[in-house]
Design a protein around this ligand. Structure first.
Ligand SMILES: [Zn+2]
Length: 71
């Protein structure tokens, strides 16, 4: 995937795309990096990363298994 953050233009990882879908809209077509998601939700980037870890741990199919190279 070669998606870029809608806000800052940074290249996104598969996890960032997945967490955008989880937090904003499953059908989202524009995506945000962790930093911009954190700003959007007024939380810290660490909290977004914790969400990613939580979703992965709970077996969400949007997230690649741990250890899979991002992107
Ligand atoms: Zn961004």
């Amino acid at each position: 995937m070669n998606e870029r953050c809608r806000e800052c233009g940074r290249g996104l990882t598969a996890d960032e795309i997945a967490v955008t879908r989880k937090l904003i809209n499953r059908g989202a077509r524009s995506f945000y990096c962790v930093d911009c998601l954190a700003a959007y939700f007024e939380v810290t980037p660490e909290e977004i990363r914790e969400r990613i870890a939580y979703f992965r741990q709970s077996g969400c199919t949007l997230f690649a298994p741990a250890g899979t190279p991002a992107g």
